[in-house]
Write a protein that binds this ligand. Structure first.
Ligand code: ATP
Ligand code: MN
Length: 461
């Protein structure tokens, strides 16, 4: 007897063979003579139907084969009598691994709200929706590695604990082994981090970029794909305190090459998902968002619009629409502005040339003295999905910017040194993985595209 997963079973569809399938019961229905068990093992959105004859299985036994129970079914694969599936299993033997008392098992066949499912994140992977989302998430992660590997990029593992508090991308979580009720103090009353585990103040990283650059200036083309932490108290449907980021960094690439790569990558990833996650995406399209598949295809079809920040402000100022926040040169674009730009251009927009004062110290300065070679990619449904730039490779210019922005140099000496020794033009960007998964699945809340979300006041599972 062959032990198979349901996905493979439904694909081969060779009837007449004896099979063994294990999984979780989605539902059981039937009458006195026959029971139909819908079984799912997580390999696919589709269930296999097992048919249990009352001559072989007593009522008493089948009572425990209820929604949520985990069972193993052995039997013959036969052409299905009913509609809705090509094959089914004629059960000969059923083993119950674990029951799920219907009185208390929280997942019943009826649909549950996504909010409710967040409260039972330990069980929600067993729903159709989260099965689909988590499978899409897996395929996208795999596709990212494949995309970069096929292009000759090397995966660089950058540290999760960082000693520099100068990454500048957001508020950080402290990492310490101190007893917080009794921290060692220096003579002037400050916390004495020299006695802490690393002998200095350390945090969880907000970005692997700075170390990524060190890799690019040796290996040429690298990417990181790791967890990233931001201690901002932003309770939005687009922000997590712990999320995953993909950060390629490329030597000998300028801002144009950077945009080309980012656009190619996003199109590749969306096309990959359409090809490899068809059943799951069709389910999500049907259940949550009838425009999902169209939106995904539209992103692949045409070039992304590229405009400068200055042009963007001009568009926002003259469009006649009333915004909550005024669009004004020198100010950061708000979510409502990003949404308008995407709608106005009917698809993804890449904005470049931001004012230097609203962007990070490491971005390459333009000759106008006012703007930097930054790029943000704005996506329908999402807003900012990628932020990146060409990096300042000139030591003197970079140092001047560090000083102007009061960035503590001592913790960045190693970064600055790369501009002294064999510097070169280079560029890179950061793609928020969950924002990508949000876009591809059509989910509306970022808490629903990561298995166990971390947000303010929420770290239960
Ligand atoms: P935003 O303006 O949306 O808060 P950001 O400008 O702070 O984002 P970057 O520092 O440019 O973000 O980070 C690069 C990418 O990481 C973003 O384009 C986005 O896709 C993703 N990202 C940033 N912050 C978060 C977060 N808190 N949760 C999930 N993804 C995030
Ligand atoms: Mn950004």
């Amino acid at each position: 007897m062959s032990k198979v997963r349901i996905k493979a079973l439904l694909q081969t569809a060779g009837t007449g063979q004896e099979v063994v399938v294990s999984g979780w019961v989605r539902s059981r229905r039937g009458n006195k003579t026959i029971s139909f068990i819908e079984l799912n093992d997580g390999s696919t959105i589709h269930n296999i139907q097992a048919v249990a004859d009352a001559n072989l299985f007593s009522d008493e036994f089948l009572k425990d084969v209820s929604t949520g129970a985990c069972i193993r079914v052995s039997g013959n694969l036969v052409a299905s009598q009913g509609s809705g599936q090509a094959v089914e299993i004629q059960a000969k033997e059923i083993h119950i691994y674990g029951t799920a008392d219907p009185q208390v098992y929280p997942l019943q066949k009826k649909g549950h709200s996504l909010e409710f499912l967040r409260e039972i994140a330990h069980l929600r992977p067993r729903t159709n929706t989260f099965g689909a989302v988590l499978r899409v998430r897996h395929h996208l992660a795999y596709a990212i590695h494949k995309f970069f590997n096929d292009k000759g990029f090397f995966n660089l593992h950058t540290p999760i604990i960082t000693g520099s508090d100068a990454e500048g991308a957001g508020e950080m979580f402290h990492v310490t082994t101190f007893d917080l009720k009794n921290t060692p103090r220096t003579e002037d009353g400050n916390i004495d981090y020299s006695q802490d585990f690393f002998g200095k103040e350390t945090n969880l990283t907000v970005s692997g970029q700075l170390e990524g650059e060190l890799g690019a200036l040796a290996l040429g083309l690298i990417y990181t794909f790791g967890p990233t932490f931001r201690a901002e108290n932003s309770n939005t449907p687009r922000h997590l305190a712990e999320f995953w980021m993909i950060e390629p960094e490329m030597a000998f690439h300028d801002i144009e090459d950077n945009m080309d790569l980012a656009e190619e990558m996003l199109k590749y990833l969306v096309a990959y998902a359409l090809e490899h996650c068809a059943a799951d995406l069709e389910f999500l399209n049907k259940m949550y968002d009838k425009e999902l598949l169209n939106r995904l295809r539209s992103v692949i079809d045409k070039p992304f619009t590229r405009i400068t920040y200055t042009e963007a402000i001009e568009i926002l100022k003259t469009c006649g629409k009333k915004f909550e926040y005024l669009a004004d040169w020198g100010k950061d674009l708000q979510k409502e502005h990003e949404n308008y730009l995407v709608e106005h251009h009917g698809g993804p927009v890449i904005v470049t040339g931001y004012p230097k004062d609203i962007k990070a110290f490491y971005m390459k300065q333009n000759d106008d003295g006012k703007t930097v070679r930054a790029m943000d990619i704005l996506f329908p449904w999402i807003g900012e999905i990628i932020g990146g730039s060409q990096r300042e490779e000139d030591h003197a210019k970079l140092l001047k910017r560090v000083e102007e922005m009061h960035i503590p140099q001592e913790s960045l000496w190693w970064y600055l040194e790369t501009r002294k020794f064999g510097t070169c033009p280079h560029a890179g960007f950061g793609l928020g993985f969950e924002r990508l998964v949000l876009f591809v699945t059509g989910m509306t809340n970022i808490r629903d595209v990561i298995p166990f979300p971390r947000t303010p006041k929420n770290a239960e599972f």
